[in-house]
Design a protein around this ligand. Structure first.
Ligand code: ATP
Ligand code: MG
Length: 347
């Protein structure tokens, strides 16, 4: 089974504590992109579960967190019945590991040592070989399906460049084996500036909301009890200016709340823009009242989301995974077979 359309591929990370920044900044944009582009492209959404333990984790929770990813995407609106959208677990397609090994043998030790992410994360304590060469596995994830477009954040651009390098190197040595993904600049042009949205921490609105923040007081997790989320918003840091307006520079806390309010309203199906929300509350001088409006609507959003999550059709998810994994094994094995022949493993 060969995909008839060009492929857009993106990893959907196994992760149990997703916050509203991840949801509005990463998950929804992927789902919207998948819906919008699936006429013209095959959309590969894979759960990179082999990447989940390049650093130590609690393995007793991995299995459930993998499925939870699929549940969260489904609750967020991923259409499971769209045949151009493929949802699969990396570990269920053995070709990923096999191709990664072959590519490993054409990758320089020095080349991997220069990856800045390894230098950052690997310098702390005793890094695993898995962490060291995960960019090679990532290259295999992309090249197996001949993906043209892969949305990457800044932390992944070097790995995408490596993917292009190794693909071109193999193509030079063995003839046309791989489709080379587009360069980073063209990726950005294709996906638009998706790095725009940054929900800020509620306690310290100078920095972005981040799950690795110690206290958790400034973060709204999708799993938060709506009541405690309400409290977090009510105690969000504001300013001494005393007038609601969208001014990121001087009123980052209030501006952040205006953004959050707009996003939860959009999620509820209302067609509002940030500008409209900002106009609606412009000049309001009682921050407590404004916060209560935001807190109420965020609590409502969480309640809705949690209801949707509880109601996802587990069987439909299992069936989607099974059918995508069957199809993607066929695609991936075709590429792997070609590579195995090229390197002399098969006739
Ligand atoms: P960590 O603190 O471990 O880096 P994180 O909260 O930054 O965690 P990631 O797992 O690094 O989350 O990011 C997952 C996705 O969510 C990325 O695409 C990232 O750009 C996006 N994202 C993370 N934080 C925010 C935020 N505050 N606002 C919007 N998008 C965000
Ligand atoms: Mg991060």
């Amino acid at each position: 089974m060969k995909p008839s359309k060009p492929v857009i591929l993106t990893g959907v990370r196994a992760n149990n504590n997703i916050h509203i920044g991840n949801y509005f900044g990463a998950i929804l944009p992927i789902i919207n992109m998948a819906k919008r582009r699936s006429d013209e492209y095959d959309i590969n959404l894979f759960i990179p579960d082999l990447h989940s333990f390049t650093t130590p984790i609690d393995h007793s929770k991995l299995y459930d967190s993998i499925l939870n990813n699929a549940r969260v995407y489904t609750a967020a609106g991923l259409p499971l019945d769209n045949p151009s959208i493929h949802l699969y677990r990396q570990s269920r397609i053995p070709a990923h590991s096999e191709l990664a090994w072959i590519l490993d043998c054409f990758t320089g030790f020095g080349e991997m040592s220069r990856m800045t992410q390894f230098k950052d994360k690997g310098s702390k304590g005793d890094a695993s070989v898995g962490l060291f060469n995960y960019p090679v596995l990532m290259a295999a994830d992309i090249l197996l399906y001949g993906a043209t477009y892969v949305p990457v954040g800044d932390d992944q651009t070097q790995h995408l460049e490596f993917t292009r390098d190794i693909a071109e190197r193999m193509n030079r040595k063995f003839g046309d084996l791989f489709i080379v993904p587009k360069p980073v600049i063209q990726q950005h042009q294709f996906f638009g500036k998706d790095q725009g949205l940054r929900i800020k921490d509620l306690v310290n609105p100078a920095k972005k909301m981040s799950k690795s923040d110690e206290s958790g007081k400034g973060i709204i997790f999708l799993s938060d009890d709506p009541k405690s989320a309400h409290k977090k918003i009510m105690s969000a840091t504001t300013d001494s200016i005393g007038k609601v307006q969208y001014d990121k520079e001087n009123q980052p806390g209030i501006s952040n709340l205006l953004e959050i309010l707009t996003l939860v309203r959009q999620d509820a199906g209302r067609e509002v823009t940030l500008e409209q929300t900002a106009n609606e509350y412009f000049g309001m001088d009682r921050y407590g009242d404004f916060k209560r409006i935001v807190a109420d609507e965020v609590a409502e959003f969480l309640e809705n989301f949690q209801n949707r999550l509880a109601a996802v059709d587990e069987q439909a998810i299992e069936e989607k995974l099974a059918s995508s994994e069957k199809d993607m094994n066929a695609v991936a094995n075709e590429t792997l077979y070609r590579v195995q022949k090229a390197v002399g493993l098969r006739k």
